[in-house]
Design a protein around this ligand. Structure first.
Ligand code: 1GP
Length: 246
């Protein structure tokens, strides 16, 4: 089964899916395998692998191999550029940063990486990636014209544009470690405007904010920092997973 079909099934069954984000640059491959094992036990639906800086080459490959040794959960690349592709992943969020000022993040990196995705047999999931204030490192690296938090209409317009370009997923990103997650009002507005599969991440540190995002209409909740910072990984992920079930 494709990762996209699998996630659709989880969303239909549970109301929303939780993805655990592992940044290869933030820890060792063995730390990544510990997180992935705990994520699988806690009921997270898939493992996203990527980061804004340094998530490439050997460290990316070794991280994916370490994850694959401990779980059968799908692995999804979350690349910052064409260098964030690994043959060891199952699938990739094949995304364009729609509110970037830099053509490199809109289409050039995608053009550079497309042949590798094809040759490695990685499943591409087309995604409109939209960065909202405060935006964090992803916003800075991606030279994003950040969506103001009180302007949901701009997020709607980008999401619609992505959908009309054939992107089935929209990702509203506040930036890893953001002080505040994407506002629920913005999530609600984008979902109501007809977004097919809505992913939300950045700054979700508590079960309450995960639940607020899911109740507002997020289909997929991503957490990275909250899992990196805790010593009780399985318990923390279990709380997120339970909080978003409808
Ligand atoms: C970052 O949205 C993801 O791209 C996850 O953010 O690290 O804040 O959970 P956090």
């Amino acid at each position: 089964m494709s990762t996209e079909q699998y996630l659709d099934d989880v969303i239909k069954r549970d109301g929303a899916a939780h993805l655990t984000l592992i940044d290869p640059d933030a820890g060792s491959p063995s730390a990544a395998s510990g997180i992935a094992e705990a994520a699988a036990k806690a009921g997270s639906s898939a493992i996203m692998v990527g980061g804004s800086v340094g998530a490439s080459g050997d460290v990316l490959d070794e991280t994916l191999r370490a994850i694959k040794e401990v779980t059968d959960l799908p692995t999804i690349l979350f690349p910052a550029s064409a260098s964030g592709i690994s043959r060891y992943a199952d699938s990739i969020f094949f995304m364009s940063l729609l509110n970037s000022r830099d053509v490199g993040y809109l289409i050039t990196n995608q053009m550079i990486g497309a042949k590798a995705v094809l040759d490695y047999g990685i499943e591409p999931i087309p995604m409109a990636y939209i960065i909202v204030e405060p935006g964090g490192t992803a916003g800075w690296v991606g030279d994003a014209k950040l969506i103001p938090r009180e302007k949901p209409e701009l997020a709607i317009a980008y999401s619609l544009a992505g959908r009309f370009l054939g992107m089935r997923y929209t990702y509203l990103e506040a930036g890893s470690g953001a002080s505040d997650p994407v506002p629920p009002e913005m999530i609600r507005a984008v979902k109501r405007a007809g977004c097919e599969t809505l992913v939300v991440g950045g700054g979700i540190r508590s079960a309450q904010s995960a639940r607020a995002a899911a109740e507002a209409g997020a289909d997929i909740i991503v957490t990275g920092t909250a899992v990196e910072e805790t010593s009780e990984i399985q318990r923390t992920i279990t709380e997120f997973v339970n909080a978003i079930k409808k």
